[in-house]
Design a protein around this ligand. Structure first.
Ligand code: ADQ
Length: 475
């Protein structure tokens, strides 16, 4: 059945709008950008947490969907968002990079909040809507929505990895979690590996299902479609940004600042999954191994503040800042600039694009990452800058533990970020590639991204959820 004429209800942890003073505007996130053209075409609705802001308007200029805010008390946010979502599921789904906490109170609140979202979506009382649920904060809402509306069309997309059953089985509520997800008609993952992990987990915990191809058949006669749909970026937006006047101005300033030095760049949320500590260790190793490079390159790390109500994230920030100070103290000679420039903040998009253009090496080295959009943004900006302004291309140094690795394995310099010595060697190697090789690699990756931009992802997801290959056309 097509989406034509049917309402689309997006259910996600946060509403797609934020307040600046008295003015409301669409948020800058990737999902908001991805869905903007679709909600313009259909009767769009968005159910999400109001972020503690009251009086969210029903409509916000620039995003054509009705807002349906969900309120949570501070205690509920602590248990649902900071607790179960970010201290249980997040580390468990990212290969136990931190120790997950299993807390019954958090689980109960997680269920309660999922029910609140499911009820709010069901209460909209729309004519034959398509529900599209997002991410790990709402994994059991699909079955709750199915309870209320047995014939509803429900899709779920997971933005983070799905762990192998050997890890997932540590979760005391694994049965409820998987049953909750199986309430959907279609479940999307970034990669085939995550999809297989999910199917294997279901097969291990439920003896009453059969699997054929991408379908999981349930005893009640329903079938759940599983799919690997890698998310992407708005390629035309980043191509435009690459040569925007503001970007050019910012780039000129940065080039002056780093004159004569190569630049290695890291851009991440400050999260322990992103491998920032290992990256800094590799920089230190590189400076030990190659003293000749000391005044030849700079490492710029831009880290966006993230989840700083969670202890692990506060600890990480302290460790990163200690390491930056330690390395700069150790490797800066009098009269010399420091080797590491560390910015603890988000930067505007034109400045981000200027940094992407400046970088000789983009270090995307997470220990585990569902996809990683920074890698796609970097190759797109670099490619557009070369096309329009003849800029020489940089190199993408990419962790094999990202979803993006599956798409870029032939053209990125692949690395295992746990192996700090070899990571340092790969960084040194990345600084030496010849111009033509770099250009060919960036071109090939950027063309792949352009072939499958974020609007293609929306089309593929909605086609699978609705079982209609032409559900929407947005690209
Ligand atoms: P994230 O973990 O947030 O997303 P990522 O995919 O890299 O990771 O997206 C980060 C976004 O934030 C990018 O668009 C980037 O430009 C922006 N950003 C990062 N640092 C910034 C800075 N200092 N200033 C401004 N902007 C900055 C989760 C999953 C990923 C998955 C996405 C989408 O963890 O694996 O790719 O969702 O599904």
């Amino acid at each position: 059945m097509s989406l034509t004429g049917r309402p689309l209800v997006v259910v996600a942890n946060r509403l797609p709008v934020s307040r600046n003073g008295d003015a409301w505007r669409p948020s800058a996130g990737g999902l908001v950008t991805a869905l903007r053209p679709v909600v313009q075409q259909v009767d769009g609705h968005w159910v999400g947490w109001d972020g503690g802001l009251s009086e969210v308007p029903t409509r916000v200029e620039g995003f054509e969907a009705d807002m349906h805010p969900i309120a949570m008390t501070d205690a509920e946010v602590d248990d649902h968002y900071y607790g179960f979502s970010n201290r249980t599921l997040w580390p468990l789904f990212h290969d136990l990079l931190a120790e997950p906490v299993y807390d019954r109170q958090w689980w109960r609140t997680y269920e309660k909040i999922n029910l609140r979202f499911a009820d709010a979506a069901a209460d909209l009382d729309l004519d034959d809507p398509v529900f599209w649920l997002h991410d790990y904060h709402l994994l059991v809402a699909a079955a709750m929505l199915r309870d209320r509306l047995p014939d509803a069309t429900i899709g779920l997309f997971l933005h983070i990895p799905f762990p192998p059953p050997e890890l997932l089985s540590r979760l005391p509520w694994i049965d409820q979690l998987l049953d909750g997800m199986l309430g959907a008609d279609a479940i999307g993952f970034h990669t085939e590996w995550y999809r297989e992990n999910f199917v294997r987990s279901v097969q291990r915990t439920r003896r009453d299902v059969t699997v054929s191809g991408d379908l999981i058949h349930l005893p009640d006669g329903r079938s759940v479609h599983t799919a690997a749909h890698p998310i992407s970026i708005d390629v035309s937006e980043f191509s435009r940004l690459a040569t925007a006047d503001d970007t050019r101005r910012e780039l000129a300033e940065l080039r002056q600042q780093f004159d004569g030095r190569k630049v290695v760049l890291g851009v991440d949320r400050l999260d322990y999954t992103k491998g920032i500590r290992h990256r800094l260790q590799a920089i230190e190793q590189l400076l030990v191994d190659r003293p000749d490079l000391q005044d030849q390159f700079a490492f710029v790390q831009i880290a966006v503040p993230s989840r700083d109500d969670v202890q692990e994230y506060r600890d990480l920030r302290e460790q990163v800042e200690y390491m930056v100070g330690h390395i700069n103290g150790r490797f800066t000679d009098p009269g010399q600039d420091v080797p590491i420039h560390y910015l603890y903040r988000g930067v505007p998009k034109t400045r981000l694009a200027a940094y992407y253009r400046l970088a000789d090496v983009m270090a995307v080295t997470p220990l585990k990452d569902g996809m990683n959009l920074v890698a796609k943004e970097f190759v797109t900006v670099q490619h557009a800058a070369r096309d329009e302004e003849g800029q020489e291309a940089g190199v993408l140094l990419l962790s094999e533990f990202t979803g993006a690795a599956l798409e870029f394995v032939d053209d990125a310099i692949m690395c295992n970020p746990f192996d700090v010595q070899s990571l340092a060697a790969r960084m040194a190697q990345s600084l030496t590639f010849d111009a033509e090789d770099r250009r060919n690699r960036i071109t090939s990756m950027a063309e792949d991204v352009a072939d499958k931009d974020v609007f293609k992802w929306v089309e593929e997801e909605l086609a699978t959820i609705t079982s209609d290959p032409r559900a929407v056309r947005v690209s």
